[in-house]
Design a protein around this ligand. Structure first.
Ligand SMILES: Cc1ncc(COP(=O)(O)O)c(C=O)c1O
Length: 397
């Protein structure tokens, strides 16, 4: 593949664009179709046999998806990408393709709640062995790797407490043990604007495109990015046969539209979140702020090394714990009390009772998710209005 030398804003707008030979439409037409008509049986057979390029059936490819797959592959600096029906669709399609009974996966113990449920409860039901460990403990990683380890899964910054893992250190250790191990990074929180995991040694990237890649809170989608050969395998096994997690054409169009403003949105998310993190850290009613851009963050130095910006999500604890925090959340005027993140609107939630209720109370404590933790996704509103709303909420604590 020719190396992309364009800037991130240009790439998000122009990469993968399809020329509409019929009418010259500026935007990509929405290919709202289940299937594609063959000229004749020979052509249909040749497409199924992989001897001729061309679309067959929308579960195994659609032009609307191809456009955004090329864009996201280039944004991440990967060979190819695969659009999926959700972030969980991306993770499960990938894992079901590479894993099997008797195989072993290592993942960090701080993960998005549903990824945690998949790793801790669901994969083991099918004979996949999973060790959930603290990937900041590199000696423990070395000790946990074994002959049947096929993947190491990192989420950094992690949902919901913005834990940072050293991507390069984990990749190097996994690959020096066995170069066949797939190091997977969930790059949802950082987005390719702030973090380039392939440059740090990762093999596969996955995304909840529900978040920053789409950016408008109006759909659910995901991506896997990596080698073309692996994407083909995931398409024909993980997506086609196992999950059917296909992204509909309308959603593809909306993601393409959302990506046009990717760079300016991310600049604003980064800037506003930094201002709000500093404001919260200095606030007398706040106990602790978790944001990788703050010097007080447990792995600020690693964040500075591997990220070019720190994203739009902040976690914090208020003085007075869980009940005070919930009183604040119940009394906000503008910021939406809702799960999800990375959209134009600021959203706030309580992980222990919402996104991370898949963890038991003991597990939450063990992995560093306090019961009073609040997760704020800083949106694109004017930063002074977001702060004013936080003040309104905090006045009820
Ligand atoms: C880090 C991370 N990965 C994956 C997912 C799952 O994505 P989706 O909700 O699009 O299935 C989420 C959802 O919040 C997430 O935060």
């Amino acid at each position: 593949m020719k190396k992309n030398t364009k800037g991130i804003g240009t790439t998000a707008i122009h990469a993968g664009k399809m020329k509409d030979v019929m009418f010259g439409s500026l935007t990509t037409p929405i290919y709202q179709t289940s299937t594609f008509i063959f000229d004749n049986c020979a052509q249909g057979g040749a497409r199924f046999a992989g001897e001729e390029d061309g679309y067959i059936y929308s579960r195994i490819g659609n032009p609307s998806a191809s456009v955004i797959e090329k864009k996201v592959a280039q944004l991440e600096g990967g060979e190819a990408a695969l659009a999926t029906a959700s972030g969980m669709g991306a993770i499960t399609s990938l894992i079901w393709t590479i894993a099997g009974a008797g195989k072993h996966i290592i993942a960090d113990s701080t993960l998005y709640g549903c990824t945690y449920a998949l790793m801790s409860k669901d994969l083991p039901r099918f004979g996949v062995e999973v060790d959930l460990i603290d990937l900041n403990d590199l000696e423990l990683l070395e000790a946990t790797l074994k002959e049947n380890t096929i993947a190491v899964f990192i989420e950094t910054p992690a949902n919901p407490n913005l834990k940072i893992t050293d991507i390069k250190a984990v990749s190097d250790i996994a690959h020096s043990y066995n170069k066949e191990i797939q190091v997977i990074c969930d790059n949802t929180f950082a987005s390719p604007y702030n973090q380039k995991p392939f440059e740090l040694g990762v093999d596969v990237i996955c995304h909840s495109a529900t978040k920053y890649l789409n950016g408008h809170g109006d759909l659910i989608a995901g991506f896997v990015v990596g080698k073309q050969s692996l994407m083909n395998e995931i398409l024909f096994v993980g997506v086609k046969n196992m999950t059917g997690a296909v992204l509909p054409a309308n959603e593809c169009y909306l993601i393409e539209r959302g990506l046009k403003t990717f760079e300016v949105r991310m600049q604003r998310h980064n800037e506003s979140a930094m201002i709000i993190a500093e404001y919260l850290e200095a606030h007398p009613k706040i106990e602790k702020v978790y944001y990788p851009g703050l010097k007080s963050h447990h792995n600020h130095e690693i964040a500075v090394k591997q990220m070019s910006g720190f994203g739009g999500v902040i976690a914090f604890e208020v003085k007075g714990g869980r009940s005070a925090g919930q009183a604040m959340l119940d009394n906000l005027d503008m910021i939406g009390l809702a799960v999800s993140l990375g959209s134009d609107e600021s959203l706030i939630e309580h992980p222990a009772s919402m996104t991370h209720s898949t963890y038991t109370e003991e597990e939450l404590i063990e992995v560093g998710i306090p019961s009073g933790l609040i997760r704020l996704s800083v949106g694109l509103e004017n930063v002074e209005d977001i702060i004013e709303d936080l003040e309104v909420g905090m006045s009820h604590m």
